[in-house]
Design a binder for this molecule. Structure first.
Ligand SMILES: Cc1ncc(COP(=O)(O)O)c(C=O)c1O
Length: 466
């Protein structure tokens, strides 16, 4: 063995002896770049029109930090800009300032939510914030939850637990019931769980985009009569296309009566339940009959991605499903390592940015954001020419629309043209395929979008040839 352990003072890592001047300098320079990008927002388009970003791959020798700073700047200035007032396409709002700090702290600490010995305080933080959320939505004593990287993963966590806890983990005929407007993540979950398409029942939605109860009952009864087992019923609280709400009170009662696992995908709408204020047509619902609920604070209140919670009415369900023992981790008997409560093992401390975001906004701040989103959507709908457009929107902040009486081909051409023209005016909106036709869709989750932008958008759309 001729090599020696280096004593060099190379600053690959934060210094544990010096005063970290290099790190401080780098933090300052990168923060300045990021802040400049924010202040330059109005000089840019929401998304670069001709993306010129060139990827430099790793080389034999490490790169000089100044070169990297140039590359970072190029990356920043060729990125999608959620803070642009015209960024209205998706459920990706600007990040709260404090959640940017949360991510920095999480990386700086580099703790691991796999095990308590790798994240003593942050494991406690995650546990307590999930319990706080659970109480807020009306769950009782044994409730709680976990954080996973995104709504898709939490929907999967929920369905794995549903199948396992219903005693149907190895039953390949077990049935999943969702609505035709449920998020595509359930198709992914079904593939992972080995649930064939024929065992996924899609319930029709009514004219409001909500799961139709008579159709649900018909499916439910036909499956029961055929003596097959249902491992989960999924309702959506805030559909992706139009922010519609499924009748979760009724579905919850029926599932409880029939002892069927009830999962609510409240990725979009769940955050309304931590407000004290009652929002019309939203807070008449209650989530507390569910076994599991996905809530994505990344979608509405600006917690930087990813931020998603799975809340369960009974934490034993997660423990029973996922606990394997962690033979390489030393833990006291009464400790459940949080990496054993879901699919992910090693996990970043995503809870820090959510915790800081909630602390910083307070309930009043959250209410203000939610109220503004809904108000902007209402103003938009009020101003959009109802004689010209078919408008689809539930109680949440999402609206899809297209000109009346056009066929599929026309909807394709019209929406593509409108979307491109709007992009030239620095408005980025989406163009989903919904019920067989192309629509334009706007998500009013951007705090920087003001009344003037809504007027500009509606004037443009109302005057556009159809
Ligand atoms: C209703 C709904 N559920 C789940 C998801 C998936 O969330 P994620 O993109 O965080 O995986 C989305 C994404 O938009 C959604 O709209």
């Amino acid at each position: 063995m001729t090599e020696k352990i280096t004593n060099d003072n190379i600053n690959y890592f934060p210094s544990i002896t010096g005063n970290n001047e290099e790190l401080l300098d780098l933090l300052r320079k990168t923060s300045e770049l990021l802040c400049k990008w924010y202040t330059d927002t109005n000089k840019q388009s929401p998304i670069p029109l001709n993306n010129k970003f060139k990827v430099s791959c790793p080389q034999k020798k490490g790169s000089d930090i100044n070169n990297l700073l140039e590359e970072i700047e190029e990356l920043i200035y060729t990125s999608f800009c959620p803070s642009h007032p015209g960024s209205l396409a998706h459920l990706d709002p600007p990040p709260l300032t404090i959640s940017i700090i949360g991510d920095l702290i999480a990386s700086g600490l580099n703790n691991n939510l796999l095990a308590e010995e790798l994240s003593p305080s942050i494991s406690k933080l995650e546990n307590d914030i999930c319990k706080w959320f659970s109480k807020k939505i009306g769950f009782k004593k044994n409730s709680g939850g976990i954080v996973a990287s995104g709504g898709t993963l939490n929907n999967l966590n929920a369905l794995v637990a549903a199948k396992y806890c219903s005693g149907l983990a190895y039953n390949n005929q077990a049935v999943l019931i969702i609505s035709e407007d449920a998020h595509v993540s359930f198709k992914k979950c079904a593939k992972i769980l080995g649930v064939e398409d024929k065992n996924i029942y899609l319930v029709k939605t009514d004219r409001n985009g909500s799961m139709d109860i008579p159709s649900f009952m018909k499916i439910l009864n036909s499956v029961i009569v055929s003596r097959r087992k249902i491992f989960a019923v999924v309702a959506t609280f805030g559909t992706t296309m139009r922010g519609a709400l499924d009748p979760i009170n009724e579905i919850g009662h029926i599932c409880k009566e029939k002892k069927i696992w009830f999962h609510i995908d409240a990725s979009i709408g769940g955050i309304f339940f931590i407000a004290n204020k009652k929002f019309d047509n939203i807070n008449d619902f209650y989530l507390s009959n569910a076994n599991s609920i996905t809530i994505n604070p990344q979608k509405l209140i600006g917690i930087a991605k990813t931020s998603s919670l799975l809340l369960v009415s009974d934490m034993h369900t997660l423990k029973n499903t996922f606990q394997t023992g962690l033979p390489y981790v030393d833990s006291p008997d009464n400790v459940i390592n949080r990496g054993e409560l879901g699919i992910q093992g090693s996990r970043p401390a995503e809870i820090i940015k959510l915790w800081l975001g909630l602390r910083f906004l307070g309930i009043e701040g959250i209410e203000k954001i939610l109220q503004e989103c809904l108000l902007k959507k209402s103003i938009f709908i009020e101003k959009l020419d109802e004689n010209k457009f078919e408008i689809y929107s539930g109680p949440l902040h999402i609206v899809s629309f297209l000109p009346k009486r056009i066929n599929v081909d026309e909807s394709n051409k019209w929406t593509l043209n409108a979307k491109n023209l709007l992009l030239e005016k620095n408005y980025m909106i989406s163009r989903p395929l919904y019920n067989g036709k192309y629509f334009l869709r706007i998500v009013f989750g951007n705090f920087n979008t003001k009344a003037i932008h809504i007027s500009e958008l509606t004037n443009f759309l109302n005057n556009l040839d159809t």
